[in-house]
Design a protein around this ligand. Sequence first.
Ligand code: C2E
Ligand code: CA
Ligand code: CA
Length: 578
Amino acid sequence: MKRDKTVINHNGAEKLMDRLSGKHFPSMAGFVLLLLLYIAAYVFTARSSRAQGVLMLFGHPTPIASFTGVFSTLGNFCIIFLVVFYGKPGFFTAVGLLLVQLSLLLVQIIKEHNMAATPGMFSALFTILVTLLFYNNYLKTQKYQDRLRKQAITDRLTGLPNRFACSELINGLVERRERFAVVSIDLNHFKTINNTMGRATGNKVLAEIARRWAQAVNTGASGTRDFIACQGGVEFALVIQGYQTDAEIRRSIQYYNAALEQKLTLDDCDYYITARYGYAEYPIDADNGDTLLSYAFAAMYEAKRTAAQICRFSPDMLQTEQTLEIERKIRQALDNNTLCFYLQPQFDILHRLRGFEALARLKDEDGSFISPAQFIPVAEKAGLIDSVDRRVFRDSALFLGELIRRTGADLTLSVNVSARHLMRNDFLDEVRDIVNTCGFPVKDLEIEITESVMIDSAEEALNCINAIKQMGAKIALDDFGTGYSSLSYLNAFPADILKVDKSFIDKMNTSDSSKQYVAAIISIGHIMNFDVISEGVEEPEQLDTLRSIGCDYIQGYIWGRPLPPEEAEALVLRSVAA
Ligand code: C2E
Ligand code: CA
Ligand code: CA
């Protein structure tokens, strides 16, 4: 409990805690009004108790003295309201007033022998008693409510303000347009402590770290006004105010880091804890609390990724954060076997089914698909593309191999292989293994390679491609025309099929020169003994043109979108029956 105070009492955080814990007082005007009302009631009570006169009320003569009780009750109500609405100050004011009232009544009885004041005296004594009871009850409720509210804004494990308290503070600062920086802190390798020493020890270590940071906040030695909160788990947030330059923010962070990195001894074991820090600044980086926190988090992630200790947010990190999220999803899909494949049909120019291209599909948490254009480059960068290719290759070969055996259909399976994957020493073994275990006829297998492979490392690629061909599989040159296609390497390239990229098909009917360009690719392909397949055919006009310039195969939405395996199976069954 002591620990809470050290954190909370610093840097106006006390005000925040008061606001969060509901300690707001009704207006001063109400207080004064009750006070005046009480004094008026008291004066009228005293006057009316002595008055001899008679008042006409609703046509009846009424003695003024009979109003004494009404005024006295009104005064008592004022007293009770003071206690109920104004707590401690209300209570002391009420008791003070009652004691004055009591003294005046005693003077009247003793000095003036006014025995009519006796009931008033008893009434005042009784009101003091009631006031005491109300106040006692008020204190009990207040204590209970304080405890509940404090629990709601305090992290149980560390005793620091929690995520909610932190957001409230940040939102308050934003509302008042006060400049501040928010720092996201993540402890390095804390899992290891939990795993090796047990969760109980991990919790003790966390509590000790929190104690150190709370103390650091309280001493104010960082040179800035700070507030620290536990955001849950091993994630902390530091809010820094009162700095002038970026260097001062970093100096403050270093101050907390120094407190953290001091050797921590617990049950005779020494622990050396380190952390990474990312920060964002209001109003420079974002103009609202939530965005600012997420930016600080992105910067912290960047610090982790680049092994830097402190990172300031910059917009290009958002891309990194998104990329990391996609990478996580790919890993998860590979682990859980949820990465799947679709099959896009390829047809000859007479609309007879030639085969399918297997395309990777990654499902997002909401059931929608993440586009391969988005996740394939991430998989390449993260070194996961081999696993993705392998999974799609194996699963689609297993599926189509079984379908070919069952139906006797003559179908080609095209699989995409990234350059990186192709260059692996064990790539050929992998193809052999998949073909054997899946029982897929190797002559029906087509490996799609983009021309960049040839440009980057022509000799190695050529050896590999030759070996694939010796096995009996075919090679397709994917996205043809988008790279630096050169006739000289095309001549040396033992491909079987050229895949004309969609971008050329799109432009083909917009100008005569584009159409001539596609026609030239097809001619060159044929001269070199390649078959040509056009990708991304969507319009009947494109189809007509491709027919007229001698294209061999078509792959595009016009005749078939990528299909889930069951729909591809139905298509095969229909084509076999036809
Ligand atoms: P790609 O190999 O050129 O595959 C063809 C892409 O064009 C597919 O997109 C396909 O859905 C799309 N497409 C086909 N016909 C049409 C059409 O008529 N209109 C339009 N708008 N699009 C059409 P997808 O499935 O999004 O794949 C994108 C790229 O991702 C692929 O381009 C390929 O480079 C890569 N990819 C997909 N699966 C794998 C995989 O298993 N391994 C590797 N290494 N790359 C893959
Ligand atoms: Ca492809
Ligand atoms: Ca392509």
